[in-house]
Design a protein around this ligand. Structure first.
Ligand code: AMP
Length: 440
């Protein structure tokens, strides 16, 4: 089957690899020349993924039957609506269903209306004065989120990035003045606990959960520094996490099932990957946000474990019959670490060469995914975003972590940085203990 894959990052390289494994002939659209995707594709187009007209024209010219959309921005531009209109099935939601990610106020209002468990206190504002008045009236700490898409980087938390109420006010004013993320702000109850990611396949009515993953958003070791797109992530061989029980997971799955039903009731059935970001609090899982796509890095934890045919699954997502498909994941743990340009998250050093010995990584038993790099004249050059990801896959988190580190020796460069603590026993143990203390 001819399948279109949209996007040029690590997540999309994982998607393309899984499609090829499922027997697809892959045609890709990406804005940078990701060497991994370029090599695995029958043909590719270098173009902005948000240029709907161009992408649709390319899909038609190549005779694709199915499309998988990696990033969120083409969804917001209505790429799926345009492809479906041309008779191309999509594993990715329409513009209307994608509001579950693209509009935080839509998402929270939907959860309230359908009484989805796991929702939290929130309010959204397009007027600065009203936001200020609200802040004066509440007695709980907040998470401040610019409305619209900011790639997870505009969110600031009281007690972490913002010392107190007055710093909250300063940041809220800045969001309005500089129009960060568009115009407007969401003020949410601040949650305390441990985060986890639950990704699901959705066919409009049903969901099938994938193994849980924990991502590390902070730039520096010990979960310090600015928020980034994600520095790395891990998953456990039992498909839970060391601090998440199966009943916690069931609660999270239930929240997501009800959200998908709510979207269908609103006339916006969700066909795609629905990503739930949860905070496990002392009272159970709470919804931080939904994304209308795989996570990056989290896609690279789950897709290499998929034993069933990903092309069949994507066709089931598009066609509304995921329940007829097998969605089996290997019982193994994964640890993913991103190699990023020095300064990533604040002042990244772009256009510096990195060397990747793919065979060495393979010999170590790990998988390699290219991300926001460019291939020019036989050289691989960094951009301002993440460069390559290395994923260790083994019987336990500990051994997957060691494998990942052995494989990382085959990626070198003068100005690169890796968070080596991800997946290490000590950092995970701290999380387990923190969760135990919270739940007491
Ligand atoms: P988001 O872009 O919504 O995923 O937020 C980015 C990061 O901010 C998350 O990964 C969390 O670490 C943190 N965060 C978001 N919302 C909250 C909240 N309500 N309480 C505490 N932390 C939050």
């Amino acid at each position: 089957m001819k399948v279109l894959a949209v996007g040029g990052g690590g997540r999309e390289h994982a998607i393309v690899k899984a499609l090829v494994r499922g027997g697809a002939e892959v045609l890709s659209v990406m804005k940078n020349k990701n060497p991994g995707i370029a090599r695995a594709s029958k043909d590719f187009l270098l173009a902005k993924e948000t240029d709907v007209e161009k992408v649709v024209r390319y899909a038609l010219s190549q005779g694709v039957e199915l499309a998988v959309i990696g990033p969120e921005s083409p969804l917001e531009m209505g790429l799926v609506d345009a492809l479906v209109k041309e008779g191309i099935g999509c594993a990715g939601p329409t513009k209307s269903a994608a509001r579950i990610e693209t509009s935080k106020s839509f998402a929270r209002a939907l959860l309230s209306k359908y009484k989805v468990p796991g929702n939290i206190r929130f309010a959204s504002f397009t007027d600065l004065r009203e936001a200020e008045r609200h802040l004066k009236s509440i007695d709980y700490e907040v998470a401040v989120k610019p409305m619209g898409l900011t790639g997870g980087k505009g969110v600031k938390i009281q007690g972490e990035h913002l010392a107190d109420g007055s710093e909250v006010l300063v940041y809220v004013r800045e969001i309005f003045e500089k129009r960060i993320g568009g115009a407007g702000v969401v003020l949410e109850e601040r949650l305390e606990g441990e985060e986890f990611t639950l990704q699901t396949f959705c066919d409009g009515k049903h969901i099938v959960p994938m193994p849980l993953v924990q991502d590390h958003k902070r730039a520096f070791e010990g979960d310090k520094g600015p928020n980034t797109g994600g520095m790395g992530s891990y998953s456990s061989e039992d498909h839970l996490l060391p601090f998440v029980t199966s009943s916690d997971m069931e609660e999270a799955v239930d929240s997501m099932r009800r959200t998908v039903q709510a979207l269908a009731s609103e006339g916006a059935p969700y066909h795609g990957i629905l990503y739930g970001q949860f905070m496990l609090t002392k009272d159970g899982p709470r919804i931080i946000e939904f994304n209308a796509r795989f996570g990056d890095p989290e896609a690279m934890n789950v897709l290499p474990l998929l034993e069933s045919n990903f092309v069949d699954i994507c066709a089931g997502i598009a066609g509304g019959d995921i329940y007829g498909k097998k969605c089996q994941f290997k019982r193994a743990a994964t640890v993913c670490k991103y190699v990023v340009p020095e300064g990533y998250g604040f002042e990244p050093k772009a256009n510096v060469p990195i060397k990747v010995d793919e065979e060495g990584v393979q010999r170590a038993g790990a998988e390699l995914f290219y991300a926001a790099v460019n291939e020019e004249g036989g050289e691989i050059l960094t951009s301002t975003s993440r460069s390559v990801a290395v994923v260790g896959i083994d019987v336990s988190i500990d051994s997957a972590e060691r494998q990942c580190e052995r494989a990382l020796r085959f990626v070198s460069g003068e100005h690169i940085y890796v968070r080596h603590d991800i997946g290490k026993h000590e950092i995970i143990q701290r999380k387990v203990e923190r969760m135990r203390a919270l739940r007491k």
